[in-house]
Design a protein around this ligand. Sequence first.
Ligand SMILES: [Fe+2]
Length: 327
Amino acid sequence: MNNQTQSKILIVDDAVENIKLVTEILNRPKNEYHIEAAGDGYEALEKVKKFDPDLIMLDVVMPGIDGFEVCQILKEDEKTRLIPIVMITALDSQQDRLRGLESGVDDFISKPFNVYELLARVKNLLKLRSYISELEHAEQVIFSLARAVEAKDNYTEGHCERLSILAQHLGTELQLADEDLIVLKRGGILHDIGKIAIDDSILLKPGPLTAEEFEIIKTHPEIGENICRPLKTLKPVLPIIRYHQERFNGSGYPEGLAKHEIPIHARIIGLVDCYDALTTDRTYRKALPSDFAIQIMNKETEAGLWDPDLFKLLKEILASAKYKTIF
Ligand SMILES: [Fe+2]
């Protein structure tokens, strides 16, 4: 086995003899793992960045920051939160286990070590890690596709990011749960992924579309849904992809849903999508000032296109100082 195929384990312990012991247990009889060690919490955080381990074995009591803090820092960081962490605790320390769980530990191993238990737990967590990595890769491909759609049209650059942020503002004001805010963030990026299948001559056409061309554009929500459906982790985002072109009075597509039949996440994304489109340069016109865009959307809301409560909230957010400091 070489460094490329070996799973990487970081052992964090201030006692050198513990590091030696665990390394010996793990790598006996053959060198199955690529193991590195850190002597304290700060060194551990540095090593995680460079070594990018598949698993971390973490001692509780260490000089400087302890194991709980190290764990919490790693679990709060987007880049490291999916690395499984095993905490090494004293056998009878119920309190350590509770604190460990609170800081996001994935599993525990008690001292003195039971060799078979240690090996079995490490194997299980590494298996979990490899499943998660596969999923991450699949998701990355889908998100790259969505960004490729955006990149096709220089005029829309940054559109998805802005959309995500504005949608999350609306979600926060509506006091939606944290999971919903994540769905909005991802939906903002993925909602138009189905446009990957639409010919550029239609997608980037500077003039008005023919009826036939519009029929083709109207297929993008369902195509997008089909692209993302195989990935179970994207299930909560599917309603946004499918229904973001529905309109409050039932005049949208693909199903012509009206009012609260349109899922709230899709209503939010549809609304902020329109505002951002109006306020950025397009192939067929220059960006409109925010006030002018709001005037247009006021009229559209009177005509029944947008959820009036959501639109009112959007106007409040756009006028608030908090929002202005972000953009
Ligand atoms: Fe769309």
